[in-house]
Design a protein around this ligand. Structure first.
Ligand code: NAP
Length: 314
């Protein structure tokens, strides 16, 4: 019988019981115990914990802990909370999540591509005014981030006929996608992006990367979709660019503070579509299966899945 696995959610996490149930169902041979319900001997024996925004103190109560598996794809909060640590962090990489995000990217790209915000405004004013049509092939979508989610998004955008450009830290080779890499090539991507889609992780390097100067690099009338994290875009610079008409529209799923407060300017700005962080919700069942597979392979071989790089923060 293997040592137990600790389940460490943040206090007050509403879905904790549902996650525990899904994890236990996916790993019937494992003993998964909420950290708060563990006795001293159990806590001492734990080597792996499954976490959902854990309180670092809870992890500190597990002296033999070697690695943690997050049930979320984004780990910036976890990395910040843990600070310098020898703990290995594994994040969720779920093909279902990538498929869900790619669907959202395509849906909201088409929303902007087919001028739906403008037609909604026109209907409010009973205005019959056809806008010029542009083929997707005449429109370039720039993807910031070509990771698990960005690459899946690139594939659906290509299939829909858009010109696709992508940007990552290290250069990628993706068929049909013009790939740019490193901060020195960011402007090249921005200059041609009619629709810019952000799928970057939040790290010290990406915080505020879309500032006034970078937004000014986009073609006049460009549109933005941020499905990554709020602080990647400098909020005041975004508002200025929208107010000035340099940016035509922004679809924002993520914000510096969530939920977005009722008095936030984004709710009422005519050129902003606000979404409540729904572009790619984690699917508990498929995520639990991914976690189970990673733990099974580790039990069998001692090998961990790729871990978060503490230096880069993702
Ligand atoms: P990932 O596989 O780690 O990919 C991240 C991509 O960003 C990689 O291509 C990486 O470049 C690039 N990148 C990172 N730092 C960079 C920098 N300084 N300059 C240029 N490129 C940089 O992450 P993922 O699974 O695709 O997820 C991306 C983010 O989506 C998550 O971190 C999370 O915040 C967000 N997310 C949002 C939702 C939602 O519902 N809104 C849901 C899930 C995830 P390299 O390829 O060179 O490493």
């Amino acid at each position: 019988m293997s040592e137990p696995i600790a389940f460490v959610p943040r206090a007050g996490f509403e879905q904790a019981d549902a996650w525990l149930g899904a994890l236990r169902q996916a790993m019937p041979g494992e003993t998964i115990v909420p950290v708060g319900a563990m006795g001293e001997a159990q806590r001492r024996a734990v080597k792996v914990a499954i976490v959902a925004n854990p309180d670092p103190q809870d992890l500190g109560a597990l002296p033999g802990l070697c690695w943690i598996h997050s049930v979320w794809a984004g780990v910036e909060r976890l990395v910040a909370d843990l600070g310098e640590t020898d703990l290995k962090i594994v994040r969720l990489v779920d093909p279902q999540l990538a498929t869900t995000m790619a669907e959202a990217v395509l849906a909201w790209t088409l929303y902007l591509h087919r001028d739906m915000p403008a037609y909604a405004r026109q209907q409010r004013d009973a205005l019959w005014h056809p806008l010029p049509y542009r083929r997707p092939g005449a429109r370039t979508v720039g993807l910031l981030g070509l990771g698990a989610l960005g690459e899946a998004a690139a594939a659906v955008l290509r299939a829909a006929g858009f010109q696709v450009r992508g940007w990552s830290r290290q250069r990628k080779a993706i068929e049909g996608v013009e790939c740019f890499a490193g901060v020195q090539e960011l402007d090249l991507l921005l200059e041609r992006s009619d629709i810019l889609v952000c799928l970057l992780p939040l790290t010290p390097q990406t915080t505020g990367v879309l500032d006034a100067a970078r937004l000014a690099r986009l073609p006049r009338g460009a549109q933005l979709i941020n499905f990554a994290r709020g602080p990647i875009v400098v909020e005041a610079a975004l508002k200025d660019a929208l107010d000035a008409g340099h940016l035509r529209h922004a679809v924002l799923d993520v914000f510096k503070r969530e939920p977005l407060s009722a008095d936030a300017w984004e709710w009422r700005h005519p050129a902003v579509t606000v979404l409540p962080h729904i572009s790619a919700p984690t699917d508990r069942e498929t995520a639990a299966q991914i976690v189970a597979g990673n733990i099974r392979r580790w039990r069998a071989s001692g090998v961990l899945p790729p871990t978060v790089d503490a230096r880069t923060g993702y």
